[in-house]
Design a protein around this ligand. Structure first.
Ligand code: NAD
Length: 249
């Protein structure tokens, strides 16, 4: 039997063609899950869901809009009757230096990465509580741990560090309901967020900081999400798992 068979998973920001969310959706579907792809654009979400197979669902949902999060989850509960897994993956970066961050930069980055994670968790957790079962995987970043990254500004580091705190609080508060929450901290992963945006000099500098000497692949982050989403990690909660080629060694 596949490790996610009979499970229903919601993944935010999963319509991006080469992104971590899409790779995670694909891997979950391959392991038997029925997946809902939530993203900003309905057509893109539909297409991404269709790529996985006809039982999967695409829904437009801006995670910064609390009503939209609740409406999307309500729609899925009506259809599926349960949600077993939530992956809070939607995120944006902005390469803005600390002294240049304007209030609107700060709001935009904090809203998608951190507020969105809270809103989706608030929408899904009551349904998981009813069934006394659930796994939440929040996508943070090595930027949270190092205080900076290649593309994300300091506000991105702050938002992703906030995601770590929120993950641990979620894990602590809902452990009695058998709901686990863990964070994944990807390092430098080749996706649309990173593609074609680096000079050769920047690339060489980044690679020099990665002991494995290469960028990660979206599928390598997806593998970690699969572990945390499944019963293979049934006693793992409140953890942050690094997927970074050794960048923090
Ligand atoms: P991506 O840009 O390919 O995908 C992000 C997706 O989020 C897009 O489909 C986008 O439409 C969606 N999105 C943006 N705002 C949204 C909103 N308000 N509501 C719903 N969806 C929204 O990026 P990616 O590289 O796949 O990144 C996925 C996650 O991984 C992000 O949280 C990112 O911060 C994190 N991350 C990426 C890397 C990397 O190197 N690529 C490293 C560390 C962490």
């Amino acid at each position: 039997m596949s490790i996610l068979s009979g499970k229903f998973a919601v993944i935010t920001g999963a319509a991006s063609k080469n992104g971590l969310g899409k790779a995670t959706a694909r891997l979950f579907a391959e392991h038997g899950a029925t997946v809902a792809i939530l993203d900003l654009d309905q057509t893109a979400a539909d297409e991404a869901a269709r790529d996985l197979g006809e039982q999967h669902v695409g829904l437009a949902c801006n995670v910064t809009d609390r009503d939209a999060c609740h409406t999307a989850i309500h729609t899925l509960i009506e259809r599926w009757g349960q949600i077993d897994i939530l992956v809070n993956n939607a995120g944006i970066t902005q390469p803005v230096r600390l002294l240049d961050i304007e209030p609107e930069n700060y709001d935009a980055v904090l809203d998608v990465n951190l507020r969105g994670t809270l809103y989706m968790s608030q929408a899904v957790i009551p349904h998981m509580q009813t069934r006394k079962s659930g796994s939440i995987v929040n996508i943070s970043s090595v930027s949270a741990q190092r205080g900076g990254g290649v593309f994300g500004g300091p506000h991105y580091s702050a938002a992703k560090a906030g995601v770590l705190g929120l993950t641990k609080a979620t894990a602590r508060d809902f452990a009695p309901d058998n709901i686990r929450a863990n964070a994944v901290c990807p390092g430098f992963i080749a996706t649309d967020i990173t593609a074609g945006k680096m000079t050769e000099e920047m690339n060489a500098k980044v690679m020099a900081g990665i002991p494995m000497g290469r960028a990660g692949k979206a599928e390598e982050v997806a593998g970690c999400c699969l572990f945390l989403a499944s019963e293979l990690s049934s006693y793992v909660t409140g953890s942050e798992v690094d997927v970074n080629g050794g960048s923090l060694i």
